[in-house]
Write a protein that binds this ligand. Structure first.
Ligand SMILES: *[C@@H]1O[C@H](CO)[C@@H](O)[C@H](O)[C@H]1NC(C)=O
Ligand SMILES: *[C@@H]1O[C@H](CO)[C@@H](O)[C@H](O)[C@H]1NC(C)=O
Length: 458
């Protein structure tokens, strides 16, 4: 049966490869694990020997807060509506929500950044060792780019972005952004790590501590040694301060000056730039999946449908450059009182930021040991952020009188959506009605009636 072996092995290797590339952070082993930065934060759970001072214990990640103490505020952050201060040598400001100031992100493989650029402001060449990045431009005109590795000939993939455009920066590649317009620019980026890391290229090369031997750098950069030594005397300071979230304030001691500057990668998403994407996509096949569909993230989706919401999705199906990068982005529009009905993403956690309007959002935990399905809800205003852990049922409802808009980053190139009502009552062919009547404690006729409804998806 030799013939069967080969495909099996191929399949095994292939599935291993998929599991390796689909997410860079480890997968959660429970519904959530809200990080505590300091063992003392949750002293009930942690032992501290006062005579020896606090234990300095390091793990690859963070300790979790007791689930009994976890509450909706652990998944909530505010302040991303305020512009950062760009009055610094680089003319840019990065406000970061990562696991250090937003414990709810722990184990979920996501972080979110707001970047402000003054005219001529630059986010200098840098890389994120542990994350790919999608940058979405909301205001202004931005020149962005990344450089591929030697294998691809260190090619520059650069693009001028306007509001509504987005670009992808693959994991670990050196990239930058530059405001070439006359007006301030605002961008949001999503990264598929709770702690993407940041290596600003100039800083790491010429500003390391202690300095790298100048002879090495002189040779590597084909510079006179004097110039290298001079560069090494410069102060490559951080210019980014992270302080917009409530949590950042709470953990101020630890987080003041957590210098963030995370931005990373990007490829690009307007279809007319698709050749850039294709160059990066490892599977040419993905290209055939690209339809004429060209979602522009600055154009509202049509919400004239039964649920009153519309999701514009940028995933590997619409942007092949996302292939293997483990990240995607959506824009969600909500009519007044429109909702994004209860649903799950089987393969991704989600971080959502409200850019317009007021949303009531929530998720429900899985059956806990004590049999409780806890509901975590929150009202979000402009600039507020909420996190939905992977696979948990969640929803959003526009409780305002005006349309609402949110952007959400997801930690998969293809998160999948299961709208609960549709999957349960609208399956094709229908699920046995007796089974559903029993499971949902409904009269069978009601179930049969539900199964006759048309279940539209947004
Ligand atoms: C950051 O914090 C400082 C001092 O607390 C404050 O003056 C400034 O407005 C804050 N910046 C943002 C973007 O919240
Ligand atoms: C969402 O909006 C787009 C663009 O307006 C439209 O083509 C699409 O049909 C809408 N989807 C739904 C479910 O209403």
């Amino acid at each position: 049966m030799k013939w069967i072996k080969f495909p099996l092995i191929t399949l095994a290797i292939f599935s291993l490869a998929i599991s390796l590339v689909s997410a860079y952070d480890p997968s959660p082993l429970q519904d959530f694990c809200v990080a505590i930065n300091n063992l003392k934060d949750d002293s009930k759970d942690i032992i501290e020997d006062k005579s020896k001072g606090p234990f300095d214990v390091y793990t690859n990640g963070k300790f979790c807060k007791s689930p009994k103490l976890t509450n909706p505020n652990d998944f909530f952050s505010s302040g991303l509506n305020s512009p950062g201060d760009t009055n610094n040598p680089l003319g840019s400001s990065v406000t970061t929500l990562n696991v250090d100031n937003f414990g709810g992100l722990n184990t979920l493989g996501l972080s979110l950044v707001r970047i402000d650029y003054a005219p001529n402001g630059v986010n200098p060449p840098h890389s994120h060792p542990r994350a790919s990045e999608i940058l979405a431009l909301t205001v202004g005109t931005l020149y962005v780019g990344f450089v591929s590795s030697a294998q691809d000939g260190n090619r520059l993939y650069a693009k001028v972005l306007n509001a509504g455009d987005l670009f992808v920066f693959p994991i670990g590649l050196v990239h930058f952004e530059f405001n070439i317009g006359k007006t301030p620019v605002v961008a949001f980026t999503v990264l598929n790590s709770q702690n993407p890391g940041l290596a600003t290229t100039a800083n790491t090369v010429f500003g390391s501590n202690p300095p790298i031997n100048p002879d090495i750098l002189a040779k590597a950069f084909k510079l006179d040694k004097k110039i290298v030594e001079n560069l090494q005397k410069q102060r490559f300071g951080v210019h980014l301060f992270l302080n917009s979230s409530t949590k950042a304030k709470k953990n101020k001691k630890k987080n003041t000056l957590i210098l963030a500057r995370y931005h990373i990668l990007n490829i690009e998403k307007k279809m007319k730039g698709m050749h850039y994407l294709l160059a990066v996509a490892t599977l040419a096949v993905a290209a055939s999946v690209v339809s004429a569909y060209d979602p522009r993230l600055n154009i509202p989706g049509n919400t004239m449908n039964p649920v009153g919401s519309n999701v514009t999705t940028v995933n590997v199906g619409t942007l092949p450059g996302l292939n293997t990068l483990g990240i995607s982005l959506v824009r969600i529009d909500y009519a007044p009182y429109g909702q994004n009905p209860p649903h799950t993403h089987p393969r991704a956690s989600e971080i959502l930021v409200v850019v317009e309007g007021t949303l009531y959002v929530g998720f429900v935990t899985s059956n806990q040991a004590d049999g409780k399905n806890l509901l975590f809800t929150k009202i979000l205003n402009k600039g507020d952020v909420f996190v939905f852990p992977i696979g948990l049922i969640h929803f959003q409802l526009n409780i305002g009188k005006t349309p609402a808009v949110a952007f959400a980053g997801l930690s998969s190139q293809n998160p999948g959506v299961i709208t609960i009502a549709n999957a349960v009552f609208g399956a094709t062919p229908p699920i046995n009605a007796d089974l559903l009547a029993r499971a949902f404690r409904l009269d069978k006729n009601i179930v049969l009636d539900l199964q006759k409804q048309f279940w539209s998806s947004n």
